[in-house]
Design a protein around this ligand. Structure first.
Ligand SMILES: [Zn+2]
Length: 361
């Protein structure tokens, strides 16, 4: 099974300079090939990967573009392959049209097996040399691809593609329903509550402050550029903290339960409300479910997604009574049929579990 692991890495100053050249050249090749394909498209022609590859070989032989040979040819070639993939995804309607890459965006260069060496915990890249990497988790197999990334805040990472056979977790015989929410990240059908990260609130305030300060500066000025970097740093911290949190929770859930039921997301018409939509995207529901999904596959557990039109909140999980209306502001309610008192989200999570195991009340 193909997996991707990302590690922080620390290039030396010389390596950072060399990498910056690789990123620049890779970006150039992407933008050049994208222009070539877009112009051809304008005359009703289609240019494929092989044609861009031949054109690049010719370009590298011209005096004007000699400098393209300064860096390993592999990341440049991969850039063309990735552009091809991006176009195929676009033609299939899965993504939007490939766009030009900019220097201030995330930079990446991809190395295939011929251009890197991994042995005894040491990684070297062609024309870059041995990289200092913080190997924060073990892996067994030989990487098939290595991508070096530089974030807009100047941090470096390597992402390895590996072919791993993950060990299944022990069966526990336990089932669980999960309601994902805004007030708390998740409510479990056994009554457990998983809160949102507390310190994101602090980071959000920092972010709002940094953004406000950015908006007061003259666009393009030195101060503006430095402030934009600050905003990006807060963003990065916030995102990393969230991803970390979700990793921990999903791993724990997959370890403890054999069957996990969640509602299929994009749910409940919630996203129509703009303010709510921001909170939902902040709570990273999509990432939560996709992590559960792949971890269940790895670990031999089962994820059941419940139809989004199933009235999980309005239905009494004891007797099946369905409330006519239940505004989002109502956090707990009493069933007029059986008199049960429900915490809104706990009730929803129990319904989700009941439905998943085929016993809706
Ligand atoms: Zn009831």
């Amino acid at each position: 099974m193909k997996v991707r692991y990302t590690f922080r890495c620390y290039p030396t100053d010389t390596q950072a300079q060399a990498l910056s050249r690789v990123f620049g050249h890779t970006r150039f090749v992407w933008n050049w090939a994208l222009r070539l394909r877009t112009d051809a498209w304008g005359h009703g022609e289609r240019i494929n990967y092989n044609q861009t590859s031949a054109a690049l070989t010719a370009l590298k032989k011209t005096a004007e573009y000699q400098w393209l040979n300064e860096v390993s040819c592999v990341p440049l070639q991969q850039s063309l392959r990735n552009l091809q993939k991006a176009f195929l995804n676009f033609f299939a309607g899965r993504t939007r049209r490939p766009r030009f890459k900019k220097k201030r965006h995330k930079q990446a260069a991809e190395y295939t097996a011929s251009a890197f060496k991994y042995q005894d915990g040491e990684l070297s890249l062609a024309k870059i040399g041995k990289l200092k990497v913080r190997w924060s988790r073990p892996f067994q197999s030989q990487p098939t691809t290595v991508t070096v990334i530089q974030t807009p805040t100047g941090r470096y990472y390597v992402t390895l593609v590996l072919d791993e056979m993950p060990q299944p977790y022990n069966k526990t015989g336990e089932l669980i329903g999960i309601d994902l929410g805004i007030n708390r990240l998740a409510t479990l059908s056994n009554g457990e509550h998983i809160p949102n990260l507390k310190f994101t609130k602090k980071h959000e305030r920092q972010l709002a402050k940094a953004q406000k300060s950015l908006s007061r500066k003259t666009k393009g000025s030195g101060r503006w550029i430095r402030q934009r970097m600050k905003v990006a740093r807060v963003h990065e911290r916030l995102t990393n903290a969230r991803i970390d949190h979700i990793h921990k929770i999903t791993t724990d859930l997959v370890r403890r339960f054999d069957v996990i039921a969640v509602e299929d997301l994009n749910v409940r018409g919630m996203l129509r409300n703009k303010k709510l939509a921001k909170q939902i995207s902040d709570a990273s529901f999509g990432r939560f479910v996709s992590m559960l999904q792949y971890k269940c596959v790895w670990r031999g557990k089962e994820l059941v997604k419940i139809d989004r039109y199933f009235p999980s909140s309005k239905r009494c999980s004891c007797c099946g009574y369905i409330a006519q209306t239940l505004p989002l502001s109502v956090r707990s309610w009493q069933c007029p049929e059986c008199q049960s008192i429900h915490d809104r989200d706990e009730n929803a999570s129990r319904n989700i579990l009941n439905f998943a195991v085929g016993h809706p009340v």
